[in-house]
Design a protein around this ligand. Sequence first.
Ligand code: PXP
Length: 237
Amino acid sequence: MLLCVNVDHVATVRQARLGSDPDPVMAATLAILGGADGITIHLREDRRHINDRDLDVLRNVVPVELNLEMGATEEMIRIASRSLPDLVTLVPEKRLELTTEGGLNLNSSRNRLQKAIRVLKAKGIKTSLFINPSLDDVDISKEIGADMIEVHTGCYANAKGDMQERELVKVMKTVNRAVALGLGANVGHGLNYHNVSRFAETDSIRGLYIGHSIVSRAVLIGMERAVREMKALVRRS
Ligand code: PXP
């Protein structure tokens, strides 16, 4: 099973000062040294974290799967067609949301998505659709030509106890339907060090797409060393 690491929130910290540190490109390189099978970035319309330069540099330096999350807009399709990521994951995007809040509405955006998939495929880019746990949405994804789906695990991640078990069943039914139709089946959103193991147990999932929990852990486990290094400089002066 692939572990694909989303480095958006390294860029979120950078944008807090509008400078160049911390660089998501360096974070991606370290993630790959740590064993990441893929790197994901979400280039948002408002460029709130990842920007066009990050995509260009990552395209040149990432030797594993580079997954570009984006809305199916003309601007993004143009950018993807130029930068040629290995995979494009089409997601719904709302300007005011803090993070992607759910899967695509495949009924209302079917034609737009189908057109985007056609253009991206012609460029040799694999496509994935970020969908809610729903068998109908898997069927539509197949019909409109996606190579893969990524099932939104946010409800699973937020639920507890029996509710979480029910959400897990919904996600796994969706994954199994995708596999039966010959689609790659990925999962992501809200997965962390406490809730990921249920997915790690299964063979049918192609990849786990995880960002926030890994970046959060990196900040905490790096804190002690970062302070020690500053302390050493302060002591010397
Ligand atoms: N998959 C998709 C499609 C997403 O939009 C996100 C969030 O950017 C993730 C996975 C990763 O979610 P998280 O940051 O909660 O791990």
